[in-house]
Design a protein around this ligand. Structure first.
Ligand SMILES: [Zn+2]
Length: 168
């Protein structure tokens, strides 16, 4: 398993739900997570202060999904694909944004604003990590979590300390 490096661009964010079999996910077989075997397929963050709700890209890449319509559990959401690392990261429950499919993104670029769209019980960011093939197709989708893997199994590097090299 090759290493994945995610830049920690989430300075103002604090974790409110970890990955996998969390207490919230277990609560009465939580409705949000039935499709994931009762597990949470990402990390949920809220804010330390309300001064900065900016959601920034944790790696470089290209936007492969830009869903601006708040009609699913994910709400307004983006998917960012990194062809060097063969990963994609997903950002759910955003406020509407100016990002479009095909946009090239540098690590640290602002993707949007943390919001409360979709299946959300308060302003927060659901952050998901996936391995992909070279065409940005998620692999291992039969892992019970539709391919989601735990971001905290990998290194987060503070982006102001990053030397700019790809982690591929
Ligand atoms: Zn979540």
């Amino acid at each position: 398993m090759n290493k994945i490096i995610l830049l920690n661009t989430l300075d103002n964010f604090k974790v409110i739900q970890l990955f996998g079999l969390t207490d919230f996910a277990k609560e009465n077989g939580h409705k949000y997570y039935r499709a994931y075997g009762g597990r949470h397929p990402g990390i949920d963050y809220t804010l330390k202060t309300y001064s900065d709700r900016l959601v920034r890209a944790v790696h470089s890449g290209v936007i492969v999904k830009d869903d601006d319509i708040d009609d699913s559990g994910a709400g307004i959401n983006l998917s960012l694909f990194c062809p060097e690392q063969l990963i994609a990261t997903k950002y759910f429950h955003l406020v509407n944004n100016n990002i479009n499919e095909g946009d090239r993104i540098a690590a640290g670029d602002v993707l949007g604003i943390m919001g409360n769209t979709g299946a959300s019980e308060g302003i927060h960011l659901h952050f998901g990590l996936y391995r992909t093939d070279s065409q940005a197709i998620i692999i291992n989708k039969d892992n019970g979590l539709k391919g989601a893997i735990n971001p905290f199994d990998f290194d987060f590097v503070y982006w102001h300390e990053w030397d700019g090299r790809s982690a591929a």
